[in-house]
Design a protein around this ligand. Structure first.
Ligand code: HEC
Length: 142
């Protein structure tokens, strides 16, 4: 009897988890009071040390010669996704796909082997996330 109760409880828990995930498809509220700046966002996407986006993605940034092909092109991302959806993907891409290779840019680092100096830090700042979202929104249908 106790086992049955536990199973029921586990199922209820799993259902609630799925519902919570479904609600995290997007983040409607900007992370900062200052609006995102698309020009700064473009520079972050192009930067090989900051955003590193072009390691995996290609984007319509002609001056960057070697672009990635491990992920969908960012061209058209603004047509495929709303700003809220792009913000969620930037904050934590693993919320959509727990196996993704895309870094979670605004999720405090806390994985077991995170070096002490990086624990609790995010890859990009809130403003940088907003800047990248603003840039991605300019990428309409290719
Ligand atoms: C290590 C590889 C990697 C890096 C670095 C990376 N991404 Fe991704 N990204 C992916 C993959 C793979 C996907 C496809 C979906 C998935 O697996 O999560 C993706 C999906 C996306 C999508 C949705 C694409 C679509 O239209 O379906 C956007 C937008 C995006 N990434 C933006 C970025 C931006 C902006 C950066 C840099 C700040 C970045 N990514 C860095 C691997 C990466």
């Amino acid at each position: 009897m106790r086992i049955v109760a536990c199973l029921l409880f586990a199922c209820a828990g799993a259902g609630a988890g799925a519902a919570a995930r479904a609600q995290t498809d997007s983040i409607a509220a900007p992370l900062t009071a200052e609006a995102g700046d698309a020009a700064r966002g473009r520079a972050i996407v192009a930067d090989r040390q900051l955003g590193l986006c072009l390691l995996c993605h290609s984007a319509p940034i002609a001056e960057e010669r070697f672009q990635g092909n491990l992920a969908p092109s960012l061209d058209g991302a603004g047509a495929r996704w709303s700003g809220s959806q792009l913000r969620m993907r930037m904050v934590d891409a693993s919320a959509f796909n727990s196996e993704t290779i895309m870094p979670s840019y605004f999720k405090p680092g806390g994985a077991p082997r995170t070096p002490a100096a990086l624990r609790g830090k995010t890859i990009l700042s809130a403003q940088q996330v907003e800047d990248v979202v603003a840039y991605l929104q300019t990428l309409g249908a290719p």
